[in-house]
Design a protein around this ligand. Sequence first.
Ligand code: ATP
Length: 254
Amino acid sequence: MLQVKNVCKSYRSNKVLNDVSFQIQQGECLGLIGGSGSGKSTLAKLILGLDQSDRGQITLNGIDFQCLKGTELRKARRHVQVVFQDPTASLNPKLPVWKSVIESLENYPDVVPSFLKDVRNDKKQMAEILLEKVGLNKSLLERYPHQLSGGQRQRAAIARGISLQPSLLICDEPTSSLDVSIQAQILNLLKELREEFNMSYLFISHDMAAVRYICERMAVLKEGMLVDLFLSEDLFSKRRHPYTRRLVEAAAEN
Ligand SMILES: Nc1ncnc2c1ncn2[C@@H]1O[C@H](COP(=O)(O)OP(=O)(O)OP(=O)(O)O)[C@@H](O)[C@H]1O
C-alpha cells in the first residue's frame, strides 16, 4: 500500500533522511519512533507530498506522488491525510467546528466517502455524521475551537482527517498535547476508526507505550537512518538495536 524505497533528503549539508525504506500494508499501523531531530516529521512531509525527496521513491497504492503535478497530484493527495499534535493547526479559529470538519470535502466535491453517500449534498448532515464517528455530540457543531476542550478539539481534527476516507492517516504525535487521562481515549478512538475504515496509519510518537498499544510494527529512526523495524510484541527482545534499547530504557525512566 505505502512503499518507501531508498529515500534520501538533505537540507543544505544536513542529511536528514538517509536511504530509508519500509512498507505499510492496507489496514496496518506502523509506529515511527526516534529522538528529536531524527527525521520523523520530514518523512511525514515527503509522504504527504509537501516536499520532494532527493533520491528514492514513495508510492501509495502504486502511485508515486513525486511524478505528479497539478490536478493529478491534488487528486492523489486525498488518499493520505494527517492529524497533528496540535489540533488548532487544522481547525480554523474563525470557523465553527462543523465548517472546519467538512472543509476537505468541500475541496474535493467529487469524492463520496461510503459513510457519507446518503448526505453528500447536505453539509451540516455530513458534519454531524463525522462528529458522531469521533464521539462528539452534534450540540458542538456550532462551537468554535476555543470553546472546546483539548480532547474535543483533537477529536474534531481527527474527524477532518478521516472525512475523505483516506487510505493512509499520518498521526504525528496525536496525543502529546493532551492530558494523560484523555490520551487513552484518543488512542482507542484511532484504533476503532482504523478497524471501521480499514485505514493504514503511520503513527509518529515519542510515547513508546502508545506506539506499542496501537501499532503492529515499529520502525526506529536514528539520525535519518532506519536502524530497526520489528513487531511491536518484540520491543523488549534481545535482538533489538542498541539504540532501540536506549529509547526503551529512557521511556522506562520517565
Ligand atoms: N525545512 C527545513 N529546512 C531546513 N532544515 C530542516 C527543515 N525541516 C527539517 N529540518 C531539519 O531536519 C532535521 C530533522 O527534523 P524533523 O522535524 O524531521 O525531526 P523529528 O524527528 O520530527 O523531530 P521532533 O521529534 O523534534 O519533531 C532537523 O535537524 C531539522 O532542523
